[in-house]
Ligand binder design. Sequence first.
Ligand code: HPA
Ligand code: ZN
Length: 335
Amino acid sequence: MDLTSFIRQLPKAELHVHIEGTLEPEMMFELALRNDIDLPFDSVDEIRRAYDFTNLQSFLDIYYQGAAVLVTEQDFYDLMLAYLERAHADGVVRAEIFFDPQTHTARGIDFSVFMDGFSRAIDDAAARWGISAGLIMCFLRHLPPEDAVATWYQAEPFIDQLLGVGLDSSEVGNPPEWFAEAFRLAREAGLHAVAHAAEEGPPVYITNAVDALKAERIDHGVRSEGDAGVIAMLVRTQIPLTMCPLSNVKLRVFDEIGDHNLKQLLDLGVMVTINSDDPAYFGGYVVANYLAAAEGLDLSREDLIHLARNSIEAAFMSDANKAVLFDELDAVAAE
Ligand code: HPA
Ligand code: ZN
């Protein structure tokens, strides 16, 4: 079996994907037309050419601009359903999906608009394709911590539709501990906690996300490499890293895929997983990320099975549900 088919058929969980980052240029155009919104681009090709990033901020500027075409419940439904269809085609059996409410509420869009659209698509995708999904609401760290707390209170009526909270956007200079209060409220309400850390920021942001936010997974964490104490903590606790190899190359965290440290960290015993982050902007969905890592880092098929196994282990699912997926994975791996 060729490598792509091998990767595709492994049952996998995707744990780090921003729904706004799955907005393909074609859909961006279609929604701009539908909602009578001016885009600063004349064609799909021109949009794709603009995706030439120098760092995280250069991406975020374009990503927030793109999200402005999302207005109605149907827009959020269409976006979510399109992602889940692609994820299912990639062998994703479980997706834990980020969204950025403040990007939408700042434009006057009510929480109920995107929550209803997302939930309706998740229900339809489960019925059509058997894919299971949950929502993780991210606080934007470039905005004040008080805004995160206010966003939490806006989200409270929708708590049954949420799996957890996360922390994203511009990392350097916006440390995790500033957001302790919003995270405390979410945890007290029974939600899971995750946080982006050490994508561009220092390894101490990982320690602080774990200590101050009680983060159960770290998104990215690539810059843990420089800190032996942080790595020892990750190995001891088995707190997962949700890594995104194509994202890291596109945003110049690494010059090329061959420089990525995911294989080193995997071999050291860190609970590494592979994910797509913002696939419409970074050149590929989950299979493309596994494939890039496999080819660039010479991963064996055992490594790929190990990574798929980690993704299920790191998911926020019951042990009984995980056991079913581990059995499916073992069956496929034994073929
Ligand atoms: N990092 C931080 N914030 C983000 C990202 C990311 O990779 N993608 C979308 N928001
Ligand atoms: Zn991310």
